[in-house]
Design a protein around this ligand. Structure first.
Ligand code: ATR
Length: 274
């Protein structure tokens, strides 16, 4: 019998996940499916309750259901609990379990391009929304000793820094310039630079040291204005597409029993999706 997984959100038609999982299903010759299902905000609980009877082994959850899934699912792993949002579901011992694989995906992408992190490095995270929570958690797990969180709305940076404890510090956007010379790593987690979002004002990176690494979690366009500025300065600039690819790995393995590989060919395949 076909093993069935899903991705749900509202809207869901733009999701690249079906193409990504279908690529792996075909590559590994697995008889399975991964279908997009549009579920409105008010219908999510009902959708979860019917998963088993509809024959699903699990799936992905995206906007606007990630925080609702966190509240509704009793069995959560450490990452989901720390991040406060769930993006991956699966049945285990007949119970629904939830994880958040965004932090794993974020770090696995960085590791593909730069694996020489020393313990105790210093990071600047720009933005304090949902995506930022996963990034901050990943950096703490990776052993960064100082994580500065700068956000337009300072209160959100403060809340995030308080939630994650001693190694996190909240900053205002106009404090960034002063911090830069001391930072080993900078990540943009805001939607600034995303296609259709306008470019806004991201910081001038001229104060960063020559060995600093820069990344953006936005991957449309692949080379965001933020990354382009970093690259023009000769810094190592890592795009955000690999985070999407890697975050899908743990889910695929749970549902279909095979740990899939993130390869250059998969990257090309996902980039070609219109
Ligand atoms: P996500 O879950 O993708 O992180 P979010 O929770 O809406 O989305 O967060 C978006 C982030 O981008 C926030 O840090 C937001 O700043 P505010 O908290 O001040 O809203 C940031 N952001 C969005 N547009 C911005 C802009 N024009 N200038 C600066 N920051 C912006």
């Amino acid at each position: 019998m076909k093993t069935k997984a899903f991705v749900t959100g509202w809207p869901i038609s733009h999701s690249k996940s079906p193409a990504l999982h279908s690529y792996w299903l075909e590559q590994y010759g697995i008889e399975g499916s991964y279908e997009p299902i549009a579920v409105e905000e008010g219908n999510f609980e009902e959708f979860l309750a019917a998963l088993k009877s509809n024959g699903f082994v699990g799936g992905n959850v995206t906007i606007p259901h990630k925080e609702t899934a966190f509240r509704l699912i009793g069995n959560l792993d450490a990452a989901a609990r720390a991040i406060g949002a769930v993006n991956t579901l699966w049945f285990e011992d007949d119970h629904l379990h939830g994880s958040n694989t965004d932090a794993y995906g974020f770090m696995a992408n960085l590791d593909d391009y730069h694996s020489q992190w020393r313990d105790g490095e210093k990071a600047l995270v720009i933005g304090a929304g949902g995506a930022s929570r996963a990034v901050v958690y990943a950096l703490i797990e990776a052993g960064f000793s100082q994580i500065n969180i700068a956000n337009r709305t300072y209160e959100r940076a403060e809340n995030l820094a308080n939630d994650f404890g001693n190694s996190c510090f909240s900053k205002k956007l106009d404090e960034i310039e002063k911090l830069l010379p001391d930072m080993d790593f900078v990540v943009n987690t805001t939607s600034l630079g995303m296609v259709g979002q306008g470019s806004g004002n991201l910081p001038d990176l001229s104060g960063l040291s020559d060995t600093a690494v820069v990344t953006d979690i936005v991957y449309t366009p692949l080379m965001t204005p933020f990354l382009a500025t970093a690259q023009a300065r000769g810094l190592k600039a890592i795009d955000g597409l690999g985070m999407l690819l890697h975050q899908a790995v743990p889910g695929f393995e749970k549902w279909f029993g095979k740990r899939p590989e993130v390869t250059p060919d998969l990257r090309r395949h996902v980039l070609d999706i219109k």
